[in-house]
Design a protein around this ligand. Structure first.
Ligand code: SAH
Length: 255
């Protein structure tokens, strides 16, 4: 009998206090946990002492576990009756392959639930005191990946930049900091060089850093301040609301 189940749990951006009560309850009830790279230790610490914890990210310098293997592991454990929690950074359904995992589990006939987490793009903006939408600055927000894709899958950056300009949309770019130069060039096809940009590294974590700059200076700022993954970039007029605008790089903790 297949009595186990899998719950995809959003672990939030890092600060353990940003975990939802529902997520906490699921973690406390887990018998097996599969933990992604960007999940903080303080969140994992809520797991029961006798739970089996498997790190499937790049921790300890290992290459990350292949996705197919993770999916196989979840199906096997659930079929053995385990209460499996798949802990993912941020929200399970914002990048991070949560959608694929749910499809795989459903196809395998495994009961699956999803618990939201605070996505890092939201936490990054809030940690600087800026909203992602604002009646005067932005009518909407787009979450997108800066990861280069090839061929038919590739993002049409020119259309995106045009839409961001004409419809006044904030862009929140995940996985883009290492491609900052390309993204800068692509967005400059429609957005002006003085468009404000914030780059936030390790949002909500004790070692959070950020920089506020402009689109024209994006790549140079990333390089000069040595900003690196995990980081999100927020592009648009809402960045004018950053409480500390003008300050190059600061450390700060969400109060
Ligand atoms: N599901 C996650 C995103 C996974 S993709 C979420 O909702 O946040 C991984 C990317 O997320 C990283 O490359 C980085 O762009 C972003 N990211 C994750 N945690 C972050 C953090 N604490 N601060 C800034 N960016 C973060």
């Amino acid at each position: 009998m297949n009595t186990g189940k899998v719950t995809l749990v959003g672990a939030g951006p890092g600060d353990p206090e940003l975990l939802t009560l529902k997520a906490l309850k699921a973690i406390q009830g887990a018998t097996v946990l599969l933990v992604d790279d960007l999940v903080s230790n303080e969140v994992v610490a809520h797991a029961p002492k006798d739970a089996r914890i498997v790190y499937v990210g790049k921790r300890g310098g290992c290459k990350s576990t292949p996705q197919a293997f993770i999916e196989k592991l979840m199906v096997m454990a659930a079929r053995e009756g385990e209460n499996v929690v798949r802990l993912k950074g941020g929200d399970p359904f914002i990048f991070g392959r949560g959608g694929e995992e749910v499809e795989h589990l459903r196809t395998a006939g495994v009961h699956v639930e999803v618990i939201n987490g605070i996505t890092s793009g939201l936490a990054a903006a809030t940690s600087l005191g800026m909203p992602l939408t604002h009646r005067e600055h932005a009518h909407g927000v787009v979450f997108l990946t800066g990861h280069a894709q090839k061929g038919a899958e590739a993002l049409d950056w020119k259309s995106l930049a045009t839409a961001a300009r004409d419809a006044r949309l904030t862009l929140v770019i995940y996985m883009g900091v290492s491609s900052a130069a390309r993204i800068q060039a692509d967005l400059l096809t429609a957005l002006p060089p003085d468009t404000p940009v914030a780059i936030v590294q390790r949002a909500s974590q004790p070692d959070q850093r950020h920089a506020v700059t402009t689109l024209g200076e994006l790549a140079a700022t990333v390089e000069r301040e040595a900003l690196a993954s995990p980081a999100v970039m927020v592009v648009g007029d809402v960045v004018r609301c950053v409480a500390l605008a003008g300050e190059a790089v600061t450390r700060q903790r969400v109060a």
